[in-house]
Design a protein around this ligand. Structure first.
Ligand SMILES: NC(=O)c1ccc[n+]([C@@H]2O[C@H](COP(=O)([O-])OP(=O)(O)OC[C@H]3O[C@@H](n4cnc5c(N)ncnc54)[C@H](OP(=O)(O)O)[C@@H]3O)[C@@H](O)[C@H]2O)c1
Length: 357
Protein backbone atom coordinates (compact mmCIF):
# COMPACT_ATOMS: atom_id res chain seq x y z
CA UNK A 1 0.00 0.00 0.00
CA UNK A 2 1.23 3.52 -0.80
CA UNK A 3 1.79 5.90 2.09
CA UNK A 4 -0.57 8.70 0.89
CA UNK A 5 -4.00 8.56 2.46
CA UNK A 6 -6.81 7.24 0.28
CA UNK A 7 -9.53 9.79 -0.55
CA UNK A 8 -12.93 8.60 0.60
CA UNK A 9 -16.48 9.92 0.51
CA UNK A 10 -19.60 9.37 2.63
CA UNK A 11 -23.11 9.01 1.18
CA UNK A 12 -25.85 9.90 3.66
CA UNK A 13 -23.28 11.95 5.58
CA UNK A 14 -25.80 13.92 7.64
CA UNK A 15 -27.72 10.91 9.04
CA UNK A 16 -27.11 8.86 12.20
CA UNK A 17 -24.77 6.42 10.49
CA UNK A 18 -23.14 9.15 8.36
CA UNK A 19 -22.25 11.10 11.51
CA UNK A 20 -20.77 7.97 13.06
CA UNK A 21 -18.65 7.47 9.93
CA UNK A 22 -17.26 10.98 10.26
CA UNK A 23 -16.48 10.48 13.92
CA UNK A 24 -14.99 6.97 13.44
CA UNK A 25 -12.78 8.05 10.53
CA UNK A 26 -11.10 10.93 12.39
CA UNK A 27 -7.31 10.58 12.09
CA UNK A 28 -7.67 7.26 10.30
CA UNK A 29 -4.25 6.06 9.13
CA UNK A 30 -5.46 4.95 5.65
CA UNK A 31 -8.43 7.20 4.82
CA UNK A 32 -9.15 10.91 4.45
CA UNK A 33 -12.68 12.34 4.08
CA UNK A 34 -12.88 14.32 0.85
CA UNK A 35 -16.57 14.14 -0.01
CA UNK A 36 -19.80 14.44 1.95
CA UNK A 37 -23.06 13.72 0.12
CA UNK A 38 -26.68 13.91 1.25
CA UNK A 39 -30.10 14.81 -0.19
CA UNK A 40 -30.71 17.81 -2.42
CA UNK A 41 -32.08 19.64 0.65
CA UNK A 42 -28.62 19.62 2.27
CA UNK A 43 -26.55 19.97 -0.92
CA UNK A 44 -24.68 23.26 -1.39
CA UNK A 45 -24.52 24.01 2.34
CA UNK A 46 -21.60 23.73 4.75
CA UNK A 47 -21.80 20.52 6.79
CA UNK A 48 -21.97 22.44 10.09
CA UNK A 49 -24.95 24.47 8.84
CA UNK A 50 -27.28 21.58 7.97
CA UNK A 51 -26.19 18.60 10.03
CA UNK A 52 -28.13 18.08 13.22
CA UNK A 53 -25.08 16.56 15.01
CA UNK A 54 -26.25 13.98 17.56
CA UNK A 55 -23.04 12.45 18.93
CA UNK A 56 -21.45 13.04 22.36
CA UNK A 57 -18.13 14.00 20.76
CA UNK A 58 -17.90 17.38 18.97
CA UNK A 59 -18.24 17.67 15.20
CA UNK A 60 -14.69 17.28 13.81
CA UNK A 61 -13.13 20.52 12.57
CA UNK A 62 -12.12 19.22 9.15
CA UNK A 63 -15.71 18.49 8.06
CA UNK A 64 -17.42 21.57 9.50
CA UNK A 65 -16.80 23.73 6.44
CA UNK A 66 -16.95 21.04 3.77
CA UNK A 67 -19.72 21.72 1.27
CA UNK A 68 -22.21 18.87 0.96
CA UNK A 69 -22.82 17.61 -2.56
CA UNK A 70 -26.02 16.16 -3.99
CA UNK A 71 -26.01 12.36 -4.29
CA UNK A 72 -25.61 12.35 -8.09
CA UNK A 73 -22.95 10.34 -9.91
CA UNK A 74 -21.58 13.33 -11.86
CA UNK A 75 -20.95 15.25 -8.64
CA UNK A 76 -19.40 12.23 -6.94
CA UNK A 77 -16.99 11.59 -9.83
CA UNK A 78 -15.71 15.17 -9.69
CA UNK A 79 -14.46 14.51 -6.14
CA UNK A 80 -12.13 11.74 -7.36
CA UNK A 81 -12.65 9.48 -4.33
CA UNK A 82 -11.49 5.85 -4.41
CA UNK A 83 -13.86 4.50 -1.75
CA UNK A 84 -17.32 5.61 -0.68
CA UNK A 85 -18.98 4.55 2.54
CA UNK A 86 -22.72 4.37 2.01
CA UNK A 87 -25.13 5.28 4.81
CA UNK A 88 -28.12 5.84 2.56
CA UNK A 89 -31.62 4.55 3.28
CA UNK A 90 -31.93 1.05 1.76
CA UNK A 91 -34.57 2.07 -0.80
CA UNK A 92 -32.33 4.84 -2.22
CA UNK A 93 -28.93 3.15 -2.12
CA UNK A 94 -29.24 0.55 -4.89
CA UNK A 95 -28.97 2.69 -7.99
CA UNK A 96 -26.28 5.15 -6.90
CA UNK A 97 -24.11 2.38 -5.38
CA UNK A 98 -24.22 0.57 -8.76
CA UNK A 99 -23.27 3.74 -10.59
CA UNK A 100 -20.31 4.35 -8.25
CA UNK A 101 -19.07 0.77 -8.74
CA UNK A 102 -19.41 1.12 -12.52
CA UNK A 103 -17.21 4.20 -12.32
CA UNK A 104 -14.42 2.32 -10.58
CA UNK A 105 -15.23 3.24 -6.98
CA UNK A 106 -15.20 0.69 -4.14
CA UNK A 107 -18.49 1.06 -2.27
CA UNK A 108 -18.60 -0.15 1.35
CA UNK A 109 -22.28 -0.14 2.14
CA UNK A 110 -24.40 -0.29 5.26
CA UNK A 111 -27.58 -0.27 3.24
CA UNK A 112 -29.61 -3.39 2.56
CA UNK A 113 -30.05 -2.82 -1.21
CA UNK A 114 -27.32 -5.21 -2.46
CA UNK A 115 -26.64 -7.41 0.58
CA UNK A 116 -28.30 -10.48 -0.86
CA UNK A 117 -27.08 -10.05 -4.48
CA UNK A 118 -25.34 -13.31 -5.38
CA UNK A 119 -22.08 -11.65 -6.45
CA UNK A 120 -21.90 -9.02 -3.69
CA UNK A 121 -19.90 -9.98 -0.60
CA UNK A 122 -21.74 -9.59 2.73
CA UNK A 123 -18.83 -9.44 5.13
CA UNK A 124 -18.00 -9.25 8.81
CA UNK A 125 -14.21 -8.92 9.07
CA UNK A 126 -13.85 -11.56 11.78
CA UNK A 127 -16.41 -14.00 10.39
CA UNK A 128 -16.05 -14.36 6.62
CA UNK A 129 -13.18 -12.19 5.31
CA UNK A 130 -12.55 -14.71 2.50
CA UNK A 131 -15.94 -13.77 0.99
CA UNK A 132 -14.27 -10.56 -0.25
CA UNK A 133 -12.93 -12.71 -3.10
CA UNK A 134 -16.47 -12.56 -4.52
CA UNK A 135 -15.52 -9.11 -5.81
CA UNK A 136 -13.76 -10.77 -8.77
CA UNK A 137 -17.02 -12.54 -9.72
CA UNK A 138 -18.92 -9.26 -9.38
CA UNK A 139 -16.46 -7.35 -11.57
CA UNK A 140 -16.63 -10.08 -14.22
CA UNK A 141 -20.43 -10.55 -14.14
CA UNK A 142 -21.19 -6.86 -14.19
CA UNK A 143 -18.21 -5.75 -16.26
CA UNK A 144 -17.36 -3.02 -13.75
CA UNK A 145 -14.08 -1.57 -12.54
CA UNK A 146 -15.19 -0.89 -8.98
CA UNK A 147 -17.25 -3.11 -6.67
CA UNK A 148 -19.82 -3.13 -3.90
CA UNK A 149 -18.96 -4.68 -0.53
CA UNK A 150 -21.74 -4.80 2.06
CA UNK A 151 -21.89 -5.34 5.78
CA UNK A 152 -24.90 -6.96 7.39
CA UNK A 153 -27.78 -5.47 9.30
CA UNK A 154 -26.82 -4.19 12.78
CA UNK A 155 -28.45 -7.03 14.73
CA UNK A 156 -26.98 -9.69 12.44
CA UNK A 157 -23.40 -8.49 12.92
CA UNK A 158 -23.22 -9.24 16.62
CA UNK A 159 -25.30 -12.39 16.22
CA UNK A 160 -23.12 -13.88 13.45
CA UNK A 161 -19.92 -12.87 15.26
CA UNK A 162 -21.12 -14.78 18.32
CA UNK A 163 -22.21 -17.82 16.28
CA UNK A 164 -19.02 -18.21 14.23
CA UNK A 165 -16.78 -19.63 17.01
CA UNK A 166 -19.61 -21.89 18.15
CA UNK A 167 -20.15 -23.14 14.63
CA UNK A 168 -16.42 -23.83 14.18
CA UNK A 169 -16.27 -25.78 17.45
CA UNK A 170 -19.61 -27.57 17.65
CA UNK A 171 -21.67 -26.91 14.51
CA UNK A 172 -24.76 -24.74 14.91
CA UNK A 173 -27.94 -26.26 13.50
CA UNK A 174 -30.74 -23.98 14.68
CA UNK A 175 -31.07 -20.81 16.67
CA UNK A 176 -33.85 -18.75 18.19
CA UNK A 177 -33.01 -15.11 18.83
CA UNK A 178 -34.99 -12.37 20.52
CA UNK A 179 -33.57 -8.86 20.01
CA UNK A 180 -33.98 -5.70 22.10
CA UNK A 181 -32.86 -2.99 19.69
CA UNK A 182 -31.73 0.55 20.42
CA UNK A 183 -33.47 3.67 19.13
CA UNK A 184 -30.46 4.86 17.09
CA UNK A 185 -30.90 1.76 14.91
CA UNK A 186 -34.01 3.35 13.46
CA UNK A 187 -32.18 6.47 12.27
CA UNK A 188 -32.68 10.07 13.36
CA UNK A 189 -36.37 10.31 12.62
CA UNK A 190 -37.09 6.64 13.30
CA UNK A 191 -39.29 6.30 16.40
CA UNK A 192 -41.39 9.03 17.98
CA UNK A 193 -40.70 9.73 21.68
CA UNK A 194 -44.40 9.39 22.37
CA UNK A 195 -44.39 5.80 21.09
CA UNK A 196 -41.27 4.53 22.84
CA UNK A 197 -41.26 6.21 26.29
CA UNK A 198 -42.50 3.74 28.93
CA UNK A 199 -42.86 1.17 26.17
CA UNK A 200 -41.51 -1.73 24.08
CA UNK A 201 -42.49 -2.09 20.43
CA UNK A 202 -42.56 -5.79 19.46
CA UNK A 203 -42.05 -5.27 15.72
CA UNK A 204 -39.37 -3.79 13.45
CA UNK A 205 -40.31 -3.76 9.80
CA UNK A 206 -38.21 -6.22 7.76
CA UNK A 207 -35.76 -6.94 10.60
CA UNK A 208 -36.64 -10.56 11.34
CA UNK A 209 -36.37 -11.53 7.67
CA UNK A 210 -32.94 -9.87 7.46
CA UNK A 211 -31.70 -11.72 10.54
CA UNK A 212 -32.98 -15.04 9.21
CA UNK A 213 -31.58 -14.68 5.66
CA UNK A 214 -28.34 -12.71 6.07
CA UNK A 215 -27.00 -15.14 8.73
CA UNK A 216 -27.05 -18.01 6.20
CA UNK A 217 -25.01 -16.07 3.63
CA UNK A 218 -22.43 -14.78 6.14
CA UNK A 219 -21.82 -18.17 7.72
CA UNK A 220 -21.72 -19.79 4.27
CA UNK A 221 -18.66 -21.04 2.41
CA UNK A 222 -16.86 -19.27 -0.46
CA UNK A 223 -16.53 -21.77 -3.28
CA UNK A 224 -14.47 -20.58 -6.31
CA UNK A 225 -16.87 -17.87 -7.52
CA UNK A 226 -19.92 -18.12 -5.29
CA UNK A 227 -21.19 -18.48 -1.73
CA UNK A 228 -22.81 -21.71 -0.61
CA UNK A 229 -25.22 -20.73 2.14
CA UNK A 230 -24.98 -22.27 5.62
CA UNK A 231 -27.87 -24.60 6.43
CA UNK A 232 -28.54 -22.95 9.80
CA UNK A 233 -32.21 -22.36 10.65
CA UNK A 234 -32.89 -19.03 12.34
CA UNK A 235 -36.06 -17.87 14.04
CA UNK A 236 -35.99 -14.21 15.10
CA UNK A 237 -38.25 -11.92 17.10
CA UNK A 238 -37.25 -8.22 16.96
CA UNK A 239 -38.22 -5.55 19.51
CA UNK A 240 -37.51 -1.82 19.72
CA UNK A 241 -36.71 -0.64 23.25
CA UNK A 242 -36.03 2.64 25.00
CA UNK A 243 -32.20 2.51 24.86
CA UNK A 244 -30.18 5.03 22.86
CA UNK A 245 -27.35 2.82 21.54
CA UNK A 246 -26.53 -0.89 21.83
CA UNK A 247 -28.59 -3.89 20.83
CA UNK A 248 -29.17 -6.74 23.31
CA UNK A 249 -29.90 -10.24 22.01
CA UNK A 250 -31.01 -13.42 23.81
CA UNK A 251 -29.73 -16.34 21.73
CA UNK A 252 -30.74 -20.00 22.05
CA UNK A 253 -28.65 -22.46 19.99
CA UNK A 254 -29.04 -26.07 18.97
CA UNK A 255 -25.55 -27.55 18.56
CA UNK A 256 -24.52 -30.68 16.63
CA UNK A 257 -21.85 -31.63 19.16
CA UNK A 258 -22.30 -30.83 22.86
CA UNK A 259 -19.66 -28.80 24.75
CA UNK A 260 -17.88 -30.56 27.64
CA UNK A 261 -18.95 -27.74 29.95
CA UNK A 262 -19.71 -24.01 30.04
CA UNK A 263 -16.09 -23.06 30.78
CA UNK A 264 -15.10 -24.63 27.48
CA UNK A 265 -17.65 -22.42 25.67
CA UNK A 266 -16.42 -19.32 27.52
CA UNK A 267 -12.85 -20.04 26.42
CA UNK A 268 -13.92 -20.53 22.82
CA UNK A 269 -15.60 -17.12 22.83
CA UNK A 270 -12.73 -15.41 24.70
CA UNK A 271 -9.99 -16.78 22.47
CA UNK A 272 -11.71 -16.09 19.17
CA UNK A 273 -9.53 -14.09 16.78
CA UNK A 274 -9.54 -13.80 13.03
CA UNK A 275 -7.94 -12.09 10.01
CA UNK A 276 -8.43 -8.44 11.17
CA UNK A 277 -6.52 -9.27 14.39
CA UNK A 278 -3.81 -11.19 12.50
CA UNK A 279 -3.34 -8.26 10.12
CA UNK A 280 -3.48 -5.80 13.02
CA UNK A 281 -5.96 -3.60 11.15
CA UNK A 282 -6.49 -0.12 12.64
CA UNK A 283 -10.15 -0.69 13.56
CA UNK A 284 -9.83 -4.31 14.68
CA UNK A 285 -10.59 -4.90 18.36
CA UNK A 286 -7.88 -6.94 20.12
CA UNK A 287 -10.61 -9.26 21.39
CA UNK A 288 -13.74 -9.20 19.23
CA UNK A 289 -15.70 -11.12 21.89
CA UNK A 290 -15.58 -10.28 25.59
CA UNK A 291 -17.05 -12.75 28.07
CA UNK A 292 -18.59 -11.23 31.19
CA UNK A 293 -19.10 -13.43 34.24
CA UNK A 294 -21.38 -11.07 36.21
CA UNK A 295 -24.89 -12.56 36.03
CA UNK A 296 -26.48 -9.11 35.58
CA UNK A 297 -24.44 -8.31 32.46
CA UNK A 298 -23.98 -7.60 29.60
CA UNK A 299 -26.02 -4.40 29.63
CA UNK A 300 -26.05 -1.85 26.79
CA UNK A 301 -25.26 1.18 28.97
CA UNK A 302 -22.12 -0.40 30.44
CA UNK A 303 -20.93 -2.73 27.70
CA UNK A 304 -21.63 -1.15 24.29
CA UNK A 305 -18.35 0.82 24.17
CA UNK A 306 -15.98 -2.10 24.83
CA UNK A 307 -12.87 -1.74 22.63
CA UNK A 308 -14.15 1.58 21.20
CA UNK A 309 -17.49 -0.02 20.41
CA UNK A 310 -15.91 -2.73 18.24
CA UNK A 311 -16.14 -5.70 20.64
CA UNK A 312 -19.34 -7.54 21.51
CA UNK A 313 -19.99 -8.70 25.06
CA UNK A 314 -21.44 -12.09 25.93
CA UNK A 315 -22.74 -13.21 29.30
CA UNK A 316 -25.24 -15.49 31.02
CA UNK A 317 -23.87 -18.48 29.08
CA UNK A 318 -25.72 -21.60 30.16
CA UNK A 319 -26.93 -24.94 28.92
CA UNK A 320 -30.14 -24.98 26.89
CA UNK A 321 -32.14 -28.14 27.49
CA UNK A 322 -34.94 -27.19 25.18
CA UNK A 323 -33.02 -26.98 21.87
CA UNK A 324 -30.03 -29.04 23.04
CA UNK A 325 -27.08 -26.68 23.17
CA UNK A 326 -26.40 -23.39 24.89
CA UNK A 327 -28.07 -20.02 25.46
CA UNK A 328 -26.54 -16.61 26.16
CA UNK A 329 -27.06 -12.84 26.10
CA UNK A 330 -25.08 -10.66 23.74
CA UNK A 331 -24.65 -6.85 23.56
CA UNK A 332 -23.05 -4.85 20.75
CA UNK A 333 -22.99 -1.21 19.67
CA UNK A 334 -25.42 -1.12 16.74
CA UNK A 335 -24.01 2.00 15.11
CA UNK A 336 -20.30 1.17 15.59
CA UNK A 337 -19.78 -2.62 15.57
CA UNK A 338 -23.13 -3.02 13.84
CA UNK A 339 -22.60 -0.39 11.15
CA UNK A 340 -19.68 2.01 10.56
CA UNK A 341 -16.98 0.03 12.36
CA UNK A 342 -17.91 -3.06 10.35
CA UNK A 343 -17.84 -1.10 7.11
CA UNK A 344 -14.50 0.57 7.82
CA UNK A 345 -13.00 -2.77 8.88
CA UNK A 346 -14.13 -4.22 5.53
CA UNK A 347 -12.47 -1.33 3.70
CA UNK A 348 -9.26 -1.82 5.71
CA UNK A 349 -9.28 -5.55 4.94
CA UNK A 350 -9.84 -4.84 1.27
CA UNK A 351 -7.01 -2.29 1.11
CA UNK A 352 -4.54 -4.39 3.07
CA UNK A 353 -5.30 -7.77 1.58
CA UNK A 354 -6.75 -7.38 -1.87
CA UNK A 355 -5.88 -4.07 -3.40
CA UNK A 356 -3.16 -1.50 -3.99
CA UNK A 357 -4.46 1.98 -4.81
N1 LIG B 1 -28.70 3.34 12.52
C1 LIG B 1 -28.10 2.14 12.60
O1 LIG B 1 -27.73 1.65 13.70
C2 LIG B 1 -27.85 1.34 11.36
C3 LIG B 1 -27.12 0.17 11.48
C4 LIG B 1 -26.83 -0.58 10.34
C5 LIG B 1 -27.27 -0.13 9.11
N2 LIG B 1 -28.00 1.02 9.00
C6 LIG B 1 -28.40 1.45 7.66
O2 LIG B 1 -27.67 2.65 7.32
C7 LIG B 1 -28.46 3.48 6.47
C8 LIG B 1 -28.57 4.88 7.07
O3 LIG B 1 -29.27 4.81 8.31
P1 LIG B 1 -29.40 6.09 9.27
O4 LIG B 1 -29.89 5.52 10.54
O5 LIG B 1 -28.15 6.87 9.27
O6 LIG B 1 -30.55 6.95 8.51
P2 LIG B 1 -30.90 8.51 8.69
O7 LIG B 1 -30.44 9.01 10.00
O8 LIG B 1 -32.32 8.63 8.34
O9 LIG B 1 -30.01 9.25 7.53
C9 LIG B 1 -30.30 9.19 6.17
C10 LIG B 1 -29.25 9.90 5.32
O10 LIG B 1 -29.60 9.74 3.93
C11 LIG B 1 -29.75 11.02 3.31
N3 LIG B 1 -30.86 11.01 2.36
C12 LIG B 1 -32.19 10.92 2.62
N4 LIG B 1 -32.91 10.98 1.47
C13 LIG B 1 -32.00 11.11 0.46
C14 LIG B 1 -32.11 11.23 -0.95
N5 LIG B 1 -33.29 11.24 -1.57
N6 LIG B 1 -30.97 11.34 -1.67
C15 LIG B 1 -29.76 11.36 -1.07
N7 LIG B 1 -29.59 11.26 0.28
C16 LIG B 1 -30.70 11.13 1.02
C17 LIG B 1 -30.04 11.99 4.43
O11 LIG B 1 -29.65 13.29 4.01
P3 LIG B 1 -30.47 14.64 4.44
O12 LIG B 1 -30.01 14.99 5.82
O13 LIG B 1 -30.04 15.64 3.41
O14 LIG B 1 -31.94 14.30 4.36
C18 LIG B 1 -29.15 11.43 5.54
O15 LIG B 1 -27.83 11.84 5.33
C19 LIG B 1 -29.81 2.76 6.29
O16 LIG B 1 -29.76 1.99 5.11
C20 LIG B 1 -29.87 1.87 7.52
O17 LIG B 1 -30.70 0.74 7.32
C21 LIG B 1 -28.29 1.77 10.10
Amino acid sequence: MKTDKIKIGILGATGMVGQRFISFLQNHPYFEIKMLAASKHSAGYKYKDVCNWALETPMPLDVKDQIIINTEIDEIIKKDVKIVFSALPGNLAGDIENKCAEDGIIVCSNASAHRMDKDVPLVIGEVNPEHLQLIQTQKKNKNRKGAIITNPNCSVIQLALSLKPLDDAYGVEKIIVSTMQALSGAGRGGVAAFDILDNVIPYIDGEEEKIEEESKKILGVFDKDKIINHKILVSASANRINVLDGHTECVFCQLKKQPKNIDEVKNIFKNYKSMPQELNLPSAPKNPIIVIDDGFRPQPRYDRMKENGMAISIGRIRQDNCLGGIKYVCVGHNAIRGAVGASVLNAELFVKKYFDF
